[in-house]
Design a protein. Structure first.
Lengths: 353, 544
């Protein structure tokens, strides 16, 4: 284990444990208004301001060239048919781009394409080795399970913010709790979220290449979300939480009439605080891949450069070598080689004189 | 030149990273693993900054005293002009999907050739100077001070990227190392760090017309010679006109096609095809280079070289431009040319004079790919082929990176191939190594310098081993491609890894199979190799 890994792994781990401690003991020290009201409001401010700031920062720079990564047949001769897949992987108009982006954002299209490559010894080959490639869907599965489970868990939390609880939230709970084997009803998304997170963390730790490239900025959000998941899990399944109180607090926050009901455990405030940290951290971190993917020029542009003009806002004239530069330099030789000229050698000589 | 280790040596690849963290490892420059520094004269020819004589192996790269300020200021400038750069710096999550997609990583096992980490070399400096977290937390935020070691590392790894975009295909956010490599090379150029092979090519293209630096009369000589070769072998005269005003079509092809085998055979194929059609075309001594070596070092230099296409088309008054088989040329033509140097409203929408097909997909930019052109001819039954003349060829097709991932030209060449080869003579390489997932030749983007052979052979290993696979399995003996850089680099690669396989352009095989009404009896192909059924005649001749 190197110092590099130690620093990038243990510092975020310690940071998240520290955050847990701050909230846990802070809530016991009668700072519930701070953790239950002040910090959530502050977080919302930071989150939206940071998010807008970063997106504006990106958008201030133009996209000078249309550079989609094309992953299928282009539009060419009329009889070369573009299949639906071609249209989605090499879009050439707006609607196809929307399709490509939808697949990318909702189904993680590019990750679905993932392969693994290994060097294998092969005595039949003179060089003694070859590469073997195979389709590898585990990262896709882990990622999509994590993102959808997280989304559903978030949506389920809307029950705390709506009175009466919105119907779709209630329906979500019914579907999510479909497999009943424990009381309270276990939500599948809880299990999936924690399992997927564990997988995403494990691959960073046990895959040597992943461990090599991972930074604190990669471990920190993982630990943080794991912290949120674990505290949430405990709050739901092991430590009975006063749901009415939570709802009172949440409704108070969203209606700007904050109240602090009694009976909320320090663990609850820990859970809430970690969520706040995640939202406040979001705009400054790699989590910005969420809005960022929509702006990615290799994905959100149509491959239609040859029939739709694309303007570069900072296009400027450049110095270039003109044809006359060439002719002036090689006129005689070009004449001898029988190449047509703009100015025949005799005329050119006269001009010089 | 350093001796290149044997294939057995190079194939001992270990993809596991070393124990030491990547910030502590420095590249070790030794002969064979770096490209030579660019000579001062080339830089002067194109007015590039800080021309000087220096060597990569030296400790002192003789940087300008304020080099750091320049780099940071240039980086700021690029960030303000390229949203892509900001995004690609900010949104990478280091998921590792790109890691084992890079041919240089697979060939060298060097972890910094994982695109994610190669990008991190630049990103770490961005974080240090442009992001608050990096300014405050430093190393913990993955930020690094910019110093000479970092600069040398950039040089080392930005020249182990061929701008092939395979990583960007697999990235869930479309992060494109190619974009960062070009912009990174622009930063290096801003303090006078360039490689000889690139700068010599650029300066020669700029001043003379082609990367080999042939003056106009030599260009004409070379192409006339190939036209004579056609006549010798087929009995068909395929004359070419140069700089002819009023021609219908300006034909532009990379210099590799008239300069060295086996590209020259492809040029012979073009000329036979044009003769067969009686095409009203001309070639230019000014727009004499299709390949855009400028784009390998900066967007601006790419534009300066590309400018010649439209300028010359305008001067000659042609109707439209036909482009030969080339990889980067077509990425540049497809994604940059019209934006850089358009509008080309002095040209007409390309229309095939033979079939009447209007190339609607080139309506604005007015340039047609030779494969599109040929496929259209075949579809309309305008070409008569004797496929038995290609019977000695068992082909596999290498999708060149840029036409594949920056254009999407997959079916056109395959359609041509199926029509010019006897049935059962075409075999695809494994699906994960072709089409959009194709592997680079390993020497493109100005890296096909002789002194760089060891790294090139490593970078080309993933392509080569896929060729080896179809060679062993189906007896494939030819590797087809529609890229002149491929025709320059793949023969070397094949010679090293799979010597039984030759490299061929697609139009070479078209020319070889075309049946002319007044041709002489053919016993050889365009390379003077005996056709199937004529091997004995050839031997007898030799005996005499």
């Amino acid at each position: 284990m190197t110092n590099f890994f130690k620093m990038h792994f243990f510092v975020p781990l310690a940071a998240v444990l520290g955050l847990v401690a701050i909230a846990y003991f802070g809530a016991q020290a009668n700072l519930t208004w701070v953790f239950g009201v002040a910090i959530p409001y502050l977080t919302i401010l930071i989150f939206f301001e940071g998010l807008i700031y970063r997106i504006v920062y990106w958008v201030r720079s133009p996209v000078p060239f249309r550079i989609p990564t094309t992953a299928a047949q282009q539009r060419s001769l009329p009889w070369i048919e573009k299949t639906v897949q071609d249209k989605l992987d090499n879009p050439d108009n707006f609607f196809q781009v929307v399709g490509r982006m939808a697949l990318e954002v909702l189904a993680f299209r590019s990750l679905f394409r993932n392969t693994r490559t290994e060097v294998r010894k092969d005595p039949d080959y003179p060089e003694g080795a070859r590469l073997v490639h195979w389709s590898y869907k585990w990262l896709w599965l882990g990622a999509i399970a994590f993102h959808y489970a997280f989304l559903l868990v978030l949506l389920r939390h809307l029950r705390f913010f709506s009175e009466p609880t919105w119907a779709f939230v209630h329906n979500l709970e019914v579907v999510d709790g479909f497999v009943q084997f424990y009381t309270p009803v276990v939500y599948l998304t809880d299990i999936i979220l924690l399992t997927a997170l564990t997988y995403l963390l494990a691959r960073r730790l046990f895959n040597p290449a992943m461990r090599y490239i991972s930074l604190a900025a990669d471990y920190f959000p993982l630990f943080l979300i794991l912290g949120i998941g674990i505290t949430g899990f405990i709050l739901r399944y092991f430590v009975r939480t006063d749901i009415t109180a939570v709802k009172q607090l949440a409704i108070g926050l969203v209606t700007f009439h904050p109240v602090m009901p009694a009976g909320l455990s320090p663990l609850f405030f820990t859970h809430l605080f970690l969520v706040c940290v995640l939202f406040a951290y979001f705009p400054f971190s790699k989590l910005m891949h969420m809005p960022g993917v929509f702006l990615s020029p290799t994905r959100n542009m149509a491959n239609n450069n040859r029939w739709v003009h694309y303007e570069n806002p900072w296009n400027y004239p450049v110095k270039y070598h003109t044809y006359m530069d060439q002719e002036n330099e090689y006129r005689d030789a070009m004449y001898e080689a029988g190449i047509p000229l703009e100015i025949p050698p005799e005329t050119a000589e006269e001009k010089e004189q | 030149m350093a001796k290149v280790p044997s294939p057995q040596e190079l194939a001992k690849i270990d993809l596991r990273p070393p124990a030491k963290g990547w910030t502590e490892v420095k590249p070790e420059f030794r002969p064979g693993n770096y490209c030579n520094a660019a000579g001062a004269k080339w830089l002067e020819m194109v007015s590039y900054p800080y021309p000087r004589s220096w060597s990569v192996a030296d400790d002192d790269w003789q940087l300008p005293p304020n080099w750091k300020e320049i780099i940071l200021q240039q980086m700021e400038d690029r960030l303000s002009r390229f949203r892509s750069l900001k995004l690609f710096f900010d949104i990478c999550v280091r998921c590792g999907a790109c890691a084992d997609k890079c041919h240089f990583f697979l060939g060298t096992g060097d972890p910094k050739n994982m695109p994610v980490l190669r990008a991190e070399l630049l990103r770490s400096v961005y974080k240090r100077y442009f992001k608050p977290a990096g300014k405050i937390l430093g190393e913990l935020a993955g930020a690094r001070d910019l110093n000479e070691d970092v600069l040398k590392e950039w040089f080392y790894y930005l020249h182990q990227c061929t701008i092939c975009r395979r990583c960007s295909l697999f990235c869930p956010y479309g992060i494109d190392m190619a974009e960062m490599t070009i912009l990174g090379r622009e930063l290096l150029s801003s303090v006078g760090i360039n490689i000889e092979w690139a700068m010599a090519s650029v300066a020669s293209c700029y001043t003379r017309g082609s990367h080999i630096g042939a003056p106009p009369q030599a260009y004409v000589d070379m192409i006339d010679f190939l036209a004579e070769e056609n006549e010798r072998i087929t009995g068909i005269s395929t004359p070419v006109t140069y700089n002819r005003k009023g021609a219908e079509i300006l034909f532009i092809t990379p210099s590799g096609d008239y300069f060295a085998d086996p590209g020259t055979y492809t040029l012979m194929g073009y000329l036979l095809l044009f003769k067969y059609l009686d095409l009203d075309f001309t070639m230019s001594t000014y727009a004499a280079e299709g390949g855009n070596f400028g784009w390998f070092i900066s967007h601006e230099m790419g534009k300066r070289l590309n400018k010649k296409f439209y300028e010359e088309a305008k001067r000659l008054g042609v109707k439209w431009i036909l482009g030969g088989e080339c990889g980067h040329m077509w990425r540049v033509c497809n994604q940059y040319m019209e934006t850089w140097n358009g509008p080309a409203d002095f040209l007409e929408v390309p229309k095939s004079p033979i079939t009447g097909t209007v190339f609607e997909n080139a309506r604005v930019h007015k340039m047609v790919h030779i494969s599109e052109f040929t496929a259209d001819l075949i579809k309309h039954g305008k070409l008569k082929f004797d496929t038995s003349r290609n019977e000695h060829i068992k082909l596999t097709f290498h999708d060149s990176c840029n036409p594949a991932r920056a254009m999407g030209i997959f079916e056109e060449p395959r359609y041509i191939i199926q029509n010019i080869l006897p049935e059962g003579h075409f075999f695809e390489m494994p699906p994960n190594t072709i089409r959009e997932k194709t592997f680079c030749c390993g020497s493109s983007a100005a890296l096909n310098a002789d002194e760089y052979m060891e790294t090139r052979m490593k970078g080309g290993f993933p392509r080569a081993t896929a060729v080896r696979h179809v060679h062993e399995k189906y007896g494939v003996n030819h590797l087809g491609c529609i890229c002149a850089l491929d025709r320059a680099t793949l023969p070397t690669l094949m010679q090293y890894w799979v010597p039984e396989v030759d490299v061929t352009g697609i139009t070479e095989m078209v020319g070889n199979a075309l049946v002319f009404p007044d041709e002489i009896e053919r016993t050889t192909d365009l390379r003077d190799r005996p056709l199937v059924g004529f091997e004995e005649a050839e031997e007898e001749e030799e005996a005499e």
